[in-house]
Design a protein. Structure first.
Length: 201
């Protein structure tokens, strides 16, 4: 070890240990390089896989977004058919059936003319279901159906049936309320008539 003194700094020189590079050292080096390359290739493959997954996800979402109006049509037809099915026996059940249905208005404090209110409820369910299927006078039909479901839910709750009894009416009412805002969609008579009116103007 050599020590050199200057005016301000002491410099110490220490001889380093000599390293020899034999075959074993070279093998270790090549192995490390190969391992690094493998890790890099794995990372590259993973990034390619993730990129492909993102592309597939975007393609699927784009495809679904293009067909959202078909989804709305399926919802309209399915829900409309169910309400036609439920409304038909009420509508064709006669005055006695209408009176029984109209008694639900008592939950709102309305006890007069139960047959009239029952008839209106049957009309809204049966013809409202048809309007849902065809997509015609759609929003007015949804407003009537929302009111009908509100009365039905309050009737169930008033009889002490709780949410288990009123859940169907509440769920349907939420759907109809949402459809008032959404509209009938592209595949509807309302849209067709509106398009023809715009062309004539």
């Amino acid at each position: 070890m050599l020590t050199a003194y200057t005016n301000y700094v002491t410099i110490v020189i220490v001889p380093h240990k000599r390293h020899t590079f034999g075959p074993s050292t070279m093998k270790k080096g090549f192995a490390a390089i190969a391992a690094t390359k493998i890790d890099h290739d794995n990372l590259l493959l993973r990034s390619i896989d993730l990129s492909q997954e993102r592309k597939i996800s975007v393609m699927v979402l784009t495809f679904l977004n293009k067909h959202r109006h078909i989804g709305l049509l399926i919802l309209r037809i399915g829900l409309g058919l169910m309400f036609v099915f439920h409304g038909a026996p009420k509508l064709f059940g006669g005055a006695e059936k209408w009176g029984q249905i109209g008694m639900a208005m008592a939950s709102l404090g309305i006890g007069f003319m139960p047959a009239f209110w029952g008839f209106m409820a049957a009309i809204s369910e049966f013809f409202g279901g048809i309007c849902l299927i065809l997509g015609i006078v759609f929003r007015p039909a949804c407003i009537l159906l929302t009111i009908t479901m509100l009365v039905a839910a309050m009737s169930h709750l008033g009889r002490g049936e709780g949410l288990s009894g009123a859940s169907h009416a509440i769920e349907a009412g939420i759907v109809f309320l949402s459809l008032i805002l959404i509209g009938a969609g592209k595949y509807s008579l309302d849209e067709k008539l509106q398009g023809n009116q715009d062309e004539s103007n």
